[in-house]
Each structure stands twice: as structure tokens, then as C-alpha cells.
Design a protein around this ligand. Sequence first.
Ligand code: TYM
Length: 329
Amino acid sequence: MANLRVLSGMQPSGRLTLGNYIGALKNYVKLQHTHDCYFMVVDLHAITVPQEPEALREQSEAVSALYLAAGIDPSKATIFLQSTVSEHAELGWIMTTLSYMGELERMTQFKEKSAGKESVGVGLFTYPSLMAADILLYNADLVPVGDDQRQHLEITRDLAHRFNTRYGDMFKLPEPYYPEVGARIMSLDDASKKMSKSNPNPGSYIAMLDEPDVIRKKISRAVTDSGREVKYDPANKPEISNLMSIYSMCSDLSLAEIEARYEGQGYGPFKKDLAEAVVAVLEPIQARYREIRASGELHDVLRQGRERASELAAATLKQVKEKMGFVVL
Ligand code: TYM
């Protein structure tokens, strides 16, 4: 399986949440042992909404350091910044020219992000074309993501297929790779909304760098369904089911084992143990994160990542250009 390739990425906007960890990052760490992995920080995607230069730099480094702290080993997997491999922007343009207005207009993420806004950046609209380029540059087989990226993966496959039909076989059609539980972690204050770092209420999400006591407080205040039964039933008990998914992913207990453990006990003991399970996962990551930020090793890792990623990306782009009829010198 070592020749099966994996690519994924996260935006450096805001702070990573437990949703990012459970939905994607935990799978990155797992897949590096069996696959040829490329994980990037998608700083070019971040600028589809305005960014403060200093904050963008800081967040890009913070997310890269969190990758390492969560357990991605740079001797096993390649970690890099999207903007340091210029082929992303170049293939992104090519994918934009292959994209149809109609298919981009159907993207729910675009609809959500542009709703009610007076002026909407064009980059927000063509965002999925750049994401397709990210994946196709590496001819990735698998893309570990959370459920909210489903449509983006579909359009990537459509664009790959369109290119192959028009210019001859070039791209594999990548498959999404979701966690078994927790592909969509919901807000702690409203289980009808995705947990998101852009939510203005910090009580709605757990940031990976939240202090242990903050995590405990947020979980104790998390909204729960009426009743007192710890039962996995997303349709009727969305809040408890969401917390159970988090618990399962932070403890490796199955949902059935969690139900059995808290039978007849109500929500109190469950939430207490859940908080400790989350702290037990995040506290060591936070300690490693502080070490990495202090050590100055990050730029070397990212430079080395850029080298490895560039090699593959350049080879793909050259083939693409040849197939499309550019004069390749
Ligand atoms: P982003 O930065 O919004 O999120 C990074 C990853 O975290 C997952 N995720 C979640 N999973 C479960 N529950 C949640 N509440 C939750 N919130 C976020 C996301 O599904 C994602 O996997 N478009 C992408 C970035 C991107 C990319 C790529 C991904 C750009 N190019 C190429 C894969 C391959 C994004 O905005 O993710």
C-alpha cells in the first residue's frame, strides 16, 4: 500500500478545532504508516477571504506545528505550505478554465460563505477548482477529509474525468476517506451546525490549543438533549450523539461500549469522563506544540516538504501542459 498516495490540507484561518482533529488530522496520522502522504497548509485558499499578513504567517506556522505535534512524522510524510509550491496556483488556473459556472454555483460552501454579502471575492467562487488542482497535482488515491468536503471531492473527480476525456488519460479519480465516526462533529451549542473555528461563540467549539480547564468548562456547558439517557440516536438525540462521537474518537471506546458504560447514570458522569478523554488527547499534543514552536525546527521541515512536493508537482504540471498543447521548452 505504500505506493497508494494520500493528499490533504487544512486552512490556516483561525485555530484548528477538535472537529478538524477528529474529521481529518487523526486520519493523517494513521495513514502515514501505510501510505505515501502529502499534507499541506492551504494558505492560498485562506486568502479567498481577507487575511491580515501577520496573522496569516502566524496561523500558517501554527497549523504546520500542530500537524507535527499531532504526530505526523516528517520522515514518513511530507508537510508543506501550499504557496511554496507554485504549481498549485498554475494548475489551479487550468482547473478554473475547465470548471463551469453552474457547478461552482451549486457548492453549498460557496452559498453559505457568500450569503447576504454585498461583495463576494471571485476566489471564493473558484475555490473548488484550486482544491481540485491540489489533489490532482499529486495524483492522490485517497483524500482524508471530514464530511463537509464531500462536494469538493465530487467536483475534483468531475474535473479529473473532464480533463482525461478532453486530453487523454492523465488523472486518477481520487476517493474521499472519512473517519468511521465523527466525519461531522457538530457545535457544542447547537447540534444542527458544524463545529467551526469561524463561529463567533468560542463556547461552540473546542480549539486544539484550549487550556485543559477551558475544555472542561466548555464540555460541562455543552447543550444536551432533554432526557438523561446516553444513547446514540442522531435523529432524536443529536447533542448527546455528537458528544458520544467525540468521546468514541478520543477514547477508542465504541459507541455501544459508551452506551453500556453510562446506562442509568445520566449525563453528568458521562460529560465528566468525556472532558477527561478530550484533555488526555489534547494535552500531550499541546506540550509537543510548545516544544516545536520553541525549537525553530519548523522552517527546515517545511523547506524539506517543499522540495519533495515540488518534485512531484512539477512532473505532473509538465505532463498536463504537454497534453494541453502548451509549448514545453
Ligand atoms: P478546512 O480547513 O475547513 O478543514 C480541514 C479539515 O477538517 C475537516 N473538518 C471537520 N471534520 C469533522 N467535523 C467538523 N466539524 C470539521 N470541521 C472541519 C474538514 O472536512 C477538512 O478535512 N477545502 C478544505 C481545505 C483543502 C483541502 C485541499 C482538503 C484545500 N485543498 C485538498 C483536502 C485536499 C478546507 O477548507 O478544510
